[in-house]
Design a protein around this ligand. Structure first.
Ligand SMILES: [Zn+2]
Length: 78
């Protein structure tokens, strides 16, 4: 389970989008030296999860991407 909180940019650092997932659902981002995943919530607010080193953030990124693909499969099957 991922905990999403409002995106809080570090002072003076810009969010760099490294990769965007299917449907633009999630964005893998960095504010060197930290990495995290963002998405836009239902109210249009940018939220983030898993702010950490690269490998931990990529783990969250891959898990979320897998969830998203599963969602597509469920929709296609119903
Ligand atoms: Zn998709």
């Amino acid at each position: 389970m991922h905990i999403w909180k409002p995106h809080a940019p570090n002072a003076g650092r810009r969010r760099r989008v490294i990769e965007v997932s299917c449907c633009d659902e999630y964005q893998l981002c960095s504010e060197i030296p930290q990495y995290f995943v963002t998405r836009w919530d239902k109210t249009g607010r940018l939220v983030e999860t898993g702010r950490s080193d690269y490998s931990t953030a990529v783990e969250a990124w891959l898990a979320l991407g897998a969830q998203h693909r599963q969602w597509h499969r469920n929709r296609a099957a119903s």
